[in-house]
Design a protein around this ligand. Structure first.
Ligand code: SF4
Length: 485
């Protein structure tokens, strides 16, 4: 396997093995254990050993073969100029819904880079289409257990996928998905929903087809296509209306219920472990919370939209919003609240389940398992421990931040209430002054507009506040940001 990226050493850690071997910045790593290194995953895999051989090209062109004996996970002490040790892979599609094609012109160039790289899926949570992946790439995911892999499916209908991704090979990914599934690689799926393309019966087909990858396919997010005003020359796409969105949500709810019931049945028959059933249950709860949040934000977006269109929201959508406001009170002292919130947090619960599972696998390695299996299991266990710790720290920070934000918003609401009271007083004074002949009718109208504007600002603030209280009380919703493809 060739790699066009040169692995030039950037720094040498003082006191490290690399320093002892007299390696220097500017030297080039050619091979580890006789293998060409494709990227940082290769490097870590090859160097996590007690004995290894490095081939180095010194700055003067001389080649050195070095033998190293070290602790299993001891670092050699090198960083490289390109930390990823490879170029990021770009996509080979031309999707009808591509968000990059819809970017405004003149932004910084990196924002226009269309990445589609499984390693970024693992490292940063990006969604990938699998269309530019070879069998060798799939082998590497399985070999290094690069999980989870986040896949943008869009549809399971091969012809439709080719059409939507504008790529005649885009329908061929399912044997690759099957391999990942058979190797037990955890996956998350995404469907960017385009009206008239992959919604309705096609969506039902996709969810039904994807359910066969349970339990390794952990989730499928169905997201409506985002449309910007920069769509000149792109395939015409229509936005989803409120009614369309309700229909989509009904379909998704139906499938969530159905799949969970199927899971229960499989568990009863001994075909699905309690662990996987728990995961399914937690994922379903998480999805319901997300749907509730989505519905709330949709209401808000409709109000904004109607405001922009100069129409009254309640006249058009019969939407009534009660603006009564009560400052939020923590039910428990903060530290106790945090403990309780972390316990009921679905993301943490999933990570705990993953840790239990990794621990179980690690402790029950059979005699026949190879060293590679045992190393992988050890690695998976460490990763699961780290993931749980990171998730807890992140969540705790997100909860604290949200609470801080709530308090800041309370101050803003108090100030908006004062502005409204002042605007109302100004309006009353203008009316009195009009009767006394001191001001014109226009002044009264302006004062009236001031009241409307102050009322709107207050409504908006209270609305945002309610949304934040909702997310604060459902910590599973806090800090969950996945990068959408
Ligand atoms: S949506 Fe993603 S995969 Fe599709 S063209 Fe744009 S960058 Fe490529």
């Amino acid at each position: 396997m060739k790699n066009k990226t040169k692995h030039i050493i950037k720094t040498i850690e003082p006191g490290s093995i690399a320093e002892e071997l007299e390696l220097e910045p500017g030297d080039e790593l050619l091979r580890v254990n006789g293998e060409i290194i494709e990227d940082v995953f290769d490097y870590h895999f090859q160097t996590n050993d007690t004995y290894l051989e490095l081939t180095i090209r010194k700055k003067d062109g001389e080649e050195w073969d070095l033998e190293i004996e070290k602790e299993y996970d001891e670092e050699i002490g090198i960083t490289f100029e390109n930390e990823f040790m490879d170029q990021y892979r770009s996509c080979s599609n031309n999707c009808i819904f591509c968000f990059i094609d819809q970017m405004p012109p003149g932004m910084r160039p990196t924002l226009y880079f269309k990445d589609d790289d499984s390693r970024l899926s693992f490292l940063q949570g990006n969604y990938i289409t699998l269309t530019n992946m070879s069998d060798h790439d799939i082998d590497r995911i399985i070999r290094y257990h690069l999980a989870p892999i986040n896949i943008s499916f869009q549809t399971t209908n091969p012809e439709l996928r080719c059409k939507m991704l504008h790529n005649r090979f885009a329908g061929n990914i399912f044997p690759k998905v099957q391999r990942l599934y058979e190797a037990g690689i955890e996956m998350n799926g995404q469907i960017v929903l385009c009206k008239g393309y992959n919604d309705g019966a096609e969506l039902e087909r996709s969810i039904s087809d994807l359910s066969k990858y349970l339990p390794h396919l952990k989730s499928v997010s169905v997201v409506p296509v985002g449309l910007s005003k920069y769509r000149d020359g792109l395939a015409p796409l229509e936005p989803f209306t409120r009614e369309d969105a309700k229909e989509v949500l009904a379909t998704i709810h139906k499938w969530q219920k159905k799949l969970y019931e199927q899971g229960q049945e499989k568990n009863r028959l001994g075909l699905l472990s309690k662990y996987n059933l728990n995961q399914l249950e937690i994922a379903a709860k998480q999805a319901q919370d997300n749907v509730a949040l989505l519905e709330t934000s949709m209401e808000q977006l409709y109000i904004k939209l109607n405001d922009l269109m100069g129409e009254k929201a309640d006249a058009r959508f019969e939407y009534v919003y009660d603006v009564t406001y009560t400052p939020y009170k923590l039910s428990l002292p903060m530290e106790q609240y945090l403990n309780a919130a972390l316990k009921k947090d679905l993301t943490i619960q999933l990570k705990e389940l993953a840790l239990d599972s990794a621990k179980f696998t690690k402790n029950y390695v059979g005699e026949s398992n190879t060293r590679l299996d045992s190393n992988t299991q050890e690695y998976n266990y460490d990763t699961a421990k780290r993931n749980l710790k990171t998730a807890k720290t992140d969540k705790e920070m997100a909860i604290r931040n949200a609470y801080l934000q709530l308090q800041q918003m309370e101050t803003q609401i108090t100030s908006a209430q004062s502005s409204l009271t002042k605007a109302q007083a100004d309006y009353r004074a203008a009316q009195i002054n009009l009767r006394a002949g001191n001001v014109t009718k226009t002044a009264v109208e302006q004062a009236e507009m001031g009241v409307v504007s102050a009322q709107n600002s207050l409504n908006q603030l209270i609305y945002n506040y309610d949304m934040l209280v909702f997310t604060f009380e459902n910590p599973s919703l806090l800090g969950n940001t996945a990068q959408a493809q």
